[in-house]
Structure formats: C-alpha cells, structure tokens
Design a protein around this ligand. Sequence first.
Ligand SMILES: Nc1ncnc2c1ncn2[C@@H]1O[C@H](COP(=O)(O)OP(=O)(O)OP(=O)(O)O)[C@@H](O)[C@H]1O
Ligand SMILES: [Mg+2]
Length: 351
Amino acid sequence: MARIITITSGKGGVGKTSISLNLALSLAAEGLKVCLFDADLGLANVNILTGIYPKKDLEAVIFGQLSLQDIIIKDYQGIDIIPGSSGVEKIADLTQTQTGNLISAFIDLEAYDYFLFDTSAGISPQVISFCMASHEIILIATTEPTSLTDAYSMLKVLSRSRYDRPVKVVINQVTSGKAAQRAYVHLKETVNRFLSMRVEPLGIVASDKNVRAAVISQIPFFMLFPDTIASKCITAIARKLIAKPVRTGDMPLEFFWDKCLSFLEKQHTLPQATVSPKEAVSGKETTDPDMKEVVSHINAKLSLLIKDIRDIKHALKLHERIPQQSQERSPVLPEPREISLDFESWLDTKG
Ligand SMILES: Nc1ncnc2c1ncn2[C@@H]1O[C@H](COP(=O)(O)OP(=O)(O)OP(=O)(O)O)[C@@H](O)[C@H]1O
Ligand SMILES: [Mg+2]
C-alpha cells in the first residue's frame, strides 16, 4: 500500500515544491516507485521546476472528460507526476458525480510505494483535508520567525482538527546548523506547551545556490547537481523516511480521496475551521464576517509593522543578538542528536 505523504508549510515560498520534487526523485533513486501529486497553484510549482506544462489537469478528470492515465506524466526522471492544479481548487465543491469521477479515477492507478502531495501555500480547507487524509505530514519551515509562526499556525489548525500522529519537520534554506536546531527546538517547545500533538525532526536542507541555478535550468537540483549539499540533505531525508516505515493500514488511494472529501464536507458545517494564520496564533478566531474583516485588516497591518521592525533591526545589525539572547534564556536544547544535522560542520564553517 502506498505511503501517502503531504508536504505543507503554512507560509509560502519556503521550499515545499523544491523539496517535494527532489524528495520524490531521491526516493525513486533508492529504487522506490513514486508518484508526485502537484496540488500547488502557486507560481513556483512543479511545472516550472521541471519545464513540463501539461495542457490538462485533474479538473478534466473530475469533469469526466479524461482519465487519470490521460493526464499523468509518466516516468519523468523515474517518477510519475499528476498535475492537480485547478482540480484541487474544485474539490471543496464537487457534485456527487464529480466526487465519483475523482474517487474512481484513483482505483485503477498502479501501485506506488510513495505518493507525495505538494500543497499550495496557506492554510486552506483543501490543504488541511490532504493533511488529514495522509499517513504522514512533512512540515517545511525556514529559520525565519514568520515561517515558524505560520508553521505553528498550521499545526494548531491540524491539532484542532484532531490530527493525532507526529508531524515531521524539515528546516529548509539553512545557513547554520545551530540556527536550524534553535528554530526546530523553539517550534517543538511551543507545540509541546500549547498543542495536544507532537512534532519530530526529519532533517534539514542547506541553503544552496545550486537550488536556484536548477530552478533557472528547469531541471531538478537532485538531477542536475547530485553532489551538491542540498541533494545530500534530500538523500538523508529520503533514507530517514525509508528507515522508519509507518503503518499504512489498508488505505488505497481512492480511500484517501474519500477521507479528503468527507473532511471538506464537515468543514461546511464548521465555519470557524477556516482561520487565518494570525487568527490561529492569537486563538481569537471569530465567525462574524465583519469582525473577521477587521481582524484580518489589523493582522495585515501588524505583519507590515513586524516586517518594518525586522528590516530596521536588520539594518542596525541588531538581529543577530536576538537569537543569542533567546538561546541564553531558553533551557538547554533537548535531543540535539535527534535532528539530522549531518552537515552541521559544513554549514558552520560556511555560515
Ligand atoms: N535549500 C534551498 N536553497 C536555496 N534556495 C532554495 C532552497 N529551497 C528553496 N529555495 C528557493 O526558494 C524559492 C521558493 O521555493 P519553492 O517554490 O520550492 O517554495 P514553495 O514553498 O513551494 O512556494 P509556494 O508556497 O509558492 O508553493 C525557489 O526559488 C527556490 O529555488
Ligand atoms: Mg510550491
């Protein structure tokens, strides 16, 4: 039975697509059969990273015009890719026939070892439904405070939706092993304190100029630069996943969609389940549409203010002192060995 993993973040642009695609390739390089589902509607999605622009996506399957076999991109560097794109937008509002089309499309799909979902930015009901229906979630964050806050918001929404398995965390764009460890521990301590769920470290991905060079070439960095540091980090993550199998039970892919859709159905009766990241953090979510608008306006202003303060601190070169102070105050880091910091010495010498 395929191991179904959703890759998510909360904040956009932190590296979900880069990690999903290259992790899929890395798992395939380890001899596994992998399918990547591109659920990303954003700008930097799988199409851009691979240079493949399919004419049709899951929407055509949902509307009964094409079969999954017609839209699936077969054997791209050893993996299969399903362009979800506009179909994903539709799944919250499907008719019964369309739901049937979607579910039955996956019944005949050949067996995969791994099925990876690359999600779009933000905490939309669709993204949460993918997370809830998966066997595992990989949460991507960077060491930036905004990314950690949004990662926490995502965890809070998942916890409220009663997600009860540990969420695996990857810290991306890492320039120093210590900063990555500090970011992870900070997230973990906050989760342990306020949420009834657990996180566990899956690994880090170094900030690597070859990742950007690969984006420009439209060839995944794992293929173009197999020996670059980011590729080594991805291999370490793939091997850690393989080494730690999870119980997949008897959940074939069509059941995954069934679970997704019934989760979305329930959300229609729970308007408070759709919360903005800032609302989720403050815990002051409201169902009143007017209040929602006011809160989101205030949050937008606050975000700008926080950004300005960060920029000013940066300009004054004060920002470096802040993590040091918080490190002094926080208790000594738990389980430093649990995080895969295989590249820590490299990162520290460069960083
Ligand atoms: N480890 C890394 N080192 C250097 N650059 C990186 C790294 N990871 C991601 N990037 C760069 O960050 C940018 C955003 O990455 P990506 O598109 O994977 O993020 P995303 O989370 O999928 O974004 P979105 O939320 O819009 O879907 C890309 O230009 C990518 O090249
Ligand atoms: Mg993306």
